[in-house]
Design a protein. Structure first.
Length: 500
């Protein structure tokens, strides 16, 4: 496809915004005005619309395709939330207005949203207080790990290590390490935490255990109560990675279960699209004894009903983000929660879990399912049997693209060989799930009988099988480099499947 600059015909501009240009001339000092017009492509409005619509169709998106990517939770985000986030009363606020003397009256609505959202998240998770500052899940983990460190320091505890099971998300150990802890890994057993393995490493130096629950295999921890008791005994804290909260909303308040710190991913559970680098939001909730260590500022409600930002917390870990986190994401989460209400959120979790188990049962005859028991919002299958015949998880994933489905997550989590991690989400209809099953079964039959039909996929996509190592190591992300590479590629035969 040509770039929009290559499509440009000099002298055929669609719209030229002269008016703002003139206004800028009146308002700005001469040295700030550009000397010549920007080098924009010249096309009619219709050609611009066609160009970008065609571009958007080169990609997979949830608006057109089933998207069973695992470890990602919700994919479809209701469109009305974008409308809420674009309300000018919010978008026109200057981020400093909340701190300006006399401007507080204009920010009351925004502060109310933040305050009320924190209360709602407390209700959903059973925590005492929240901060909305962290910009993503991993940033929330870092915030949580720093709060844990600050708490132990204040107590005079000599705590140096954080335990992470191998079924935890990879960001858990890295966040603990960045916060200054030594990370100790423990092996899971039957896909969940093994209390015996935990007992081996748990000691007085343990600051916390970080648990992803449901874990990256989509399994809930059976030994939760025992684990909580073991940690309490050593004065160690329990961290809950709540990125998978959409599996248990309304079913379990993690604070009541004994967790001390939790992060949520608003961009995975509460209505903001994710991927492609954000924006995200990873609010952190804490139990009562950890509230003094939360980042500043904190939103406070006064007795007369007004809100203000409180910076006076001497034990706080300080600032974790400029201003107040990603306010727009918080706003969408607030609207999403209010729109669904208590019953609606419970139904989200029930549907997410039901859809995953439906697929698991439908596929257990054709794919190996290493931990084949009732799962939560996702499950992990393995293509080890197919791999013996030369068809690997990556081949199945590529073949699904030709069938019009996005691929599941593959080769993650690392503890399952040739894995396909399937997460259908709460929004998909039974008909869509059935179609996915039929298409996957068809691919697996072909894998059995004509493996080369699968290892050559995809054949209908804008780009065929890529050399994935090269794509990551030797990136060409500007159009001229990509074009050069395309041309070179066209002169060479496609790489064999094994190179991928
Ligand atoms: C996505 C995810 C994270 C990291 O969240 P980001 O917002 O991507 O930083 C952490 N834990 C789990 C279980 C996740 O799925």
């Amino acid at each position: 496809m040509k770039t929009i600059f290559e499509t440009s015909i000099p002298g055929r501009p669609g719209v030229w915004p002269d008016e703002p240009h003139k206004r800028a001339q009146d308002m700005l000092p001469a040295e700030l005005l550009r000397g010549k017009k920007p080098d924009l492509p010249e096309l009619s409005e219709l050609d611009v619309v066609r160009h970008f619509t065609a571009l958007s169709r080169l990609n997979f998106g949830v608006d057109t395709h089933f998207y069973p990517l695992g470890s990602c939770t919700m994919k479809y985000n209701p469109k009305h939330l974008e409308h809420v986030a674009a309300l000018p009363g919010f978008t026109d606020l200057h981020p400093l207005a909340a701190q300006l003397k006399g401007a507080g009256q204009y920010t009351q609505g925004a502060l109310e949203v933040m305050y009320e959202l924190e209360r709602l998240l407390c209700e959903i998770t059973g925590m005492a207080a929240y901060t909305l500052h962290p910009m993503a899940g991993a940033h929330g983990e870092l915030t949580g790990a720093m709060i844990i460190a600050a708490y132990h320091k204040k107590q005079g505890n000599q705590k140096t290590k954080v335990i992470c099971p191998d079924s935890a998300h990879g960001t858990n150990p890295s966040s603990a390490a960045i916060a200054g802890f030594d990370v100790v890994n423990i092996e899971s057993r039957d896909g969940i935490i093994d209390p015996a393995a935990l007992a081996e490493v748990l000691d007085d130096e343990t600051a916390a255990l970080m648990m992803t629950c449901p874990n990256t295999l989509g399994l809930f921890e059976d030994h939760l109560q025992e684990i909580v008791a073991m940690l309490r005994e050593k004065d160690a804290l329990l961290y809950y990675d709540g990125a998978n909260m959409n599996a248990i909303m309304g079913k379990l308040k993690v604070g009541d279960a004994g967790f001390d710190v939790v992060h949520l991913n608003l961009h995975k559970t509460f209505g903001t699209p994710h991927g492609a680098g954000g924006p995200g939001s990873g609010p952190v909730g804490v139990c009562e004894k950890l509230t003094p260590f939360l980042p500043i500022s904190r939103v406070v409600k006064l007795e007369d009903g007004r809100y203000f930002l409180d910076y006076n917390h001497p034990d706080s870990i300080g600032y974790m983000a400029p201003f107040y986190g990603n306010f727009g994401v918080a706003l969408k989460a607030y609207a999403y929660i209010l729109r669904l209400g208590r019953e609606g959120l419970i139904r989200v979790s029930e549907h997410a879990v039901l859809a995953a188990n439906y697929l698991r049962k439908k596929l257990e005859h054709v794919l190996e399912i290493p931990f084949n028991r009732v799962c939560m919002h996702e499950f992990v299958a393995s293509a080890v049997q197919q791999a013996e015949k030369g068809v690997r998880a990556v081949d199945i994933a590529k073949a699904l693209l030709d069938k019009g489905h996005h691929a599941p997550t593959i080769y993650f989590p690392l503890i399952v060989k040739e894995c396909l991690m399937v997460e259908p989400t709460e929004t998909e209809s039974r008909e869509t799930l059935d179609l996915f099953v039929d298409d996957l079964v068809d691919i697996l039959e072909r894998a059995d009988n004509y493996p080369e039909a699968v290892t050559g996929a995809p054949i209908t996509m804008p780009v065929g099988r890529l050399d994935e190592t090269k794509a990551a190591r030797d990136m060409a992300v500007t159009w001229d480099l990509a074009r050069e590479l395309d041309e070179k590629q066209a002169q060479k035969p496609a790489p064999a499947a094994d190179d991928a």
